[in-house]
Design a protein around this ligand. Structure first.
Ligand SMILES: Cc1ncc(COP(=O)(O)O)c(C=O)c1O
Length: 383
């Protein structure tokens, strides 16, 4: 018998890292979902200053009140009147997700999760003793879930549904009608909504469509500074909800997860929000240009069909090479010097797709796409 817990034995290392482990240093990497920018300089300076000023202690569990107030205020376009009590700082979006699974899901209960997925969701359900039930977000529906699929999955043990728009890995985004249909489904079945909106400020042309402010009281939003402020390595995020009863439980759980978030860093993030609030839109503009380039290039290649995402930092094209699965195609690309992720790493309906994170310069995207084109032509002619 194993000496380790059932929960440790029930989860596997993520498949997403497999390609990285095989890659050399000289590849053109579309692998990492991590902006290639420095955080705003004012935030770096404020971090240093805060440490020198002695902010090197525990904070309250929910976090620095001034930062939580600033965050609550930043959500006022969706819902007016929230205060610091509606916000709990966490040590990343990842950390926030684990908190919410712990807060909402009892052993034996299930949660509906998108598929293809951000690979942490399912293991988080397992870690809390719950069951993950995956609903499809398919290419033919622009990666938007269909209510009929959701209806066929929900049962008396379903307590929550997780939505992720803009999506990793698909880049799928919602319009208001689609959001409302998903909301109505959750309301009809009295489900908690966990809405993972970590890409909320990386949207192109259109406004972000949020689950905040819809009137469904059982809604909790996960957010993070990783992508929007290029702070992946800082590990800071938050949970926000209009539901104060839920927030009390969230803060209680957060204490046992991390006691609190990083003291000095919270001052730095506050400075970023106050003095560099246009940083996310600057980042989004850059990603939008890259998105156009990569989509145009991919759609001109044999056997490739790619939607044009309206947000996040990924494309998830269908790549058809007869006789080869997505991992085999990704391995061939790697041999030719391009790192991307096989769609199957994000769930079974990712098969037949590749994920490219356009987190490199326009020049590198162009060079990488030349290589992808060459590889696909070679594979197609061998097929
Ligand atoms: C959809 C989604 N949610 C959450 C996260 C977690 O972000 P972090 O833990 O860096 O805040 C990521 C990171 O890739 C993501 O893509």
């Amino acid at each position: 018998m194993s000496q380790f817990s059932d929960r440790a034995m029930a989860i596997q290392p993520t498949g997403v890292r497999k390609m990285f482990d095989l890659a050399g240093d000289d590849v053109i990497s579309f692998g990492l979902g991590e902006p290639d920018f420095q955080p705003p300089q004012v935030a770096i300076d404020a971090f240093y200053q805060a440490m020198n000023d002695g902010h090197n202690k525990y904070t309250t569990t929910a976090g620095l009140p001034a930062l939580r107030r600033k965050i609550a205020e930043s959500w006022s376009p969706y819902l007016e009147g929230m205060t610091e009590d509606n916000v709990c700082m966490t040590m990343s979006g990842t950390n926030a997700l684990l908190n919410l699974f712990m807060t909402l899901i009892n052993p034996g209960k299930n949660i509906l999760l998108p598929e293809p997925y951000f690979p942490l969701y399912g293991p988080d359900a397992t870690l809390v003793g719950g069951e993950a039930k995956y609903y499809p977000c398919l290419f033919e529906h622009e990666f938007i879930p269909q209510i009929s699929d959701l209806e066929s999955m929900v049962d008396q043990n379903t307590v929550a549904i997780l939505y992720n728009f803009p999506s990793n890995p698909t880049g799928g985004t919602l319009d208001i009608q689609q959001r409302d249909a998903l909301l109505e489904f959750a309301q009809k079945h009295d489900l908690w909504i966990i809405s993972d909106e970590v890409y909320d400020r990386i949207v192109f042309d259109e406004e972000h469509v949020s689950f905040m402010g819809t009137g469904h009281d059982k809604t909790l939003i996960v957010n993070s500074f990783s992508k929007t402020f290029a702070m992946t390595g800082w590990r800071i995020g938050y949970i926000i909800s209009s539901n104060l009863e839920a927030m009390k439980q969230v803060v209680k759980i957060q204490y046992y997860i991390s006691a609190c978030s990083n003291d000095a860093m919270q001052y730095a993030v506050l400075e970023a929000m106050e003095k560099a609030n246009d940083f996310p839109s600057m980042v989004a503009k850059e990603f939008e240009q890259r998105c156009h380039l990569i989509v145009n290039r991919l759609n001109a290649m044999p056997g490739v069909q790619c939607h044009r995402p309206k947000g996040a930092i990924y494309v998830f094209p269908k790549v058809d090479v007869p006789g080869m699965n997505s991992e085999e195609v990704a391995l061939e690309l790697l041999k030719d010097g391009v790192l991307c992720s096989p769609g199957s790493a994000f769930g079974p309906s990712g098969e037949g797709h590749l994920r490219f994170a356009y987190t490199i310069s326009l020049e590198d995207i162009a060079r990488g796409m030349d290589k992808v084109e060459g590889t696909l032509k070679r594979l197609q002619s061998n097929a």
